[in-house]
Design a protein around this ligand. Structure first.
Ligand code: KG4
Ligand code: ZN
Length: 344
């Protein structure tokens, strides 16, 4: 079966066509129009600008996706349309949902509303052999610009949040530290690039909540510690000093994620640990978490690089399981609701 998916929760206008076979979930098209350059001067995403761009771009991105997937005519051999209904920026979500409702109504196709974080989780099923594997119970480390969560997954759609950030998300901390260092937006890729030539032990930074005894996270204190460190180093940091600050911050941020995830995986006796969300693109996190989880004798899975940051293929992957089980989340075009604050 084929699923057409639309994702507009933040600053990427994305449309994908997914082909599901018994072996794997394979995108036939995964088109992303990024607005990074538009928002960069503001140091973050401006919701009103994002929604305007989505409206302007959706038609082209949709047409390109159909062409790439070799669907020349109406999406006749599509089984359902999937769309992100939250969490995300309200004005941005509205554009994709409205577009998806119009398509579903016009072609009389079922419409499946998908939780954006459920999408990130299912990025792990794209082009991998997970469909064939017994993965549950699984522990998800969800790390993005808006989320830092440990989610216990007993099956597709059966989630329990066992830990989360009490303040900033880890991706947000990367973005804010990058801004403090004058590295631009988005901060994650910029920090990890600069950190490559830095010493991760140059400065000792706090590991907030490391010993809190639960699985919650906090990144506001770490960000503040970096702000004071930069102030104490003086206004004009050398390239090497910037690299050292970036590497020390990245080391601390990743350390907390790895240790808490390992502790939670042990305590809950999971079979698999899955990494997902935009920060799952981080090379140090991928390597350190993989090593630590395998040391415990637990299977470790991470998404293929191109599916780590926001895309519509992951929304189609989540929709595949929702559609297959005929879940309550499956809507027709009249009844799908947006929920910008949706939880898993
Ligand atoms: O999932 P995503 O694309 O959008 C949200 O749903 O938030 O995640 C974006 C976040 C941003 O904060 C960005 O800085 C971070 O993911 N990110 C990274 C890397 N690539 C993207 N953080 C650390 N290292 C990276 N390589
Ligand atoms: Zn995301």
């Amino acid at each position: 079966m084929k699923i057409l998916a639309i994702e507009t929760s933040c600053d990427e206008t994305a449309v994908a066509v997914l082909e599901a076979t018994p072996e794997t979930l394979r995108p036939l098209a995964n088109i992303i129009s990024s607005q990074v350059a538009l928002h960069a001067p503001y140091g973050g995403v401006v919701p009103a600008l994002a929604s305007r761009e989505h409206v302007n771009n959706l038609g082209h991105v949709y047409a390109t996706a159909l062409r790439t997937a070799n669907i020349s005519d109406a999406p006749r051999d599509i089984s359902c349309i999937a769309v992100t209904r939250g969490p995300g920026l309200g004005p941005a979500l509205i554009t994709g949902i409205t577009f998806a409702k119009a398509l579903a109504a016009h072609y009389a196709l079922p419409l499946v509303g998908v939780n954006h974080m459920d999408g990130h989780i299912h990025s792990n099923w794209l082009e991998t052999d997970l469909l064939d594997k017994d993965v549950f119970p699984a522990l998800n480390l969800l790390v993005s610009g808006g989320h830092t969560e440990l989610v216990l997954m007993r099956d597709h759609g059966e989630y329990e949040i066992i830990g989360e950030t009490v303040d900033d998300a880890v991706g947000e901390a990367f973005d804010k530290v990058a801004r403090l260092l004058g590295l631009g937006y988005p901060g994650g890729p910029a920090i990890s690039a600069v950190a490559r030539t830095g010493d991760p032990h140059a400065y000792e930074l706090p590991l907030p909540m490391a010993h809190s005894g639960d699985f919650n996270f906090s990144y506001a204190g770490l960000k503040t510690a970096v702000r004071y460190l930069i102030r104490d180093l003086g206004d004009d940091l050398s390239g090497q000093q910037k690299a050292n600050v970036a590497a020390s911050f990245q080391h601390a941020a990743v350390d907390i994620l790895v240790e808490k995830t390992a502790a939670a995986a042990k305590m809950h006796g999971v079979r698999t640990v899955l990494l997902a969300g935009g920060v799952s693109a981080n090379a140090l996190l991928r390597e350190r978490l993989g090593d630590r989880v395998r040391e415990l004798g637990i299977e470790y899975v991470q998404p293929v690089m191109r599916y780590t940051t926001d895309n519509a293929a992951m929304i189609a992957a989540a929709a595949y399981f929702i559609y297959a089980r005929g879940d309550h989340d499956t809507h027709d075009w009249k009844s799908l609701n947006m929920d910008a604050n949706l939880r898993l």
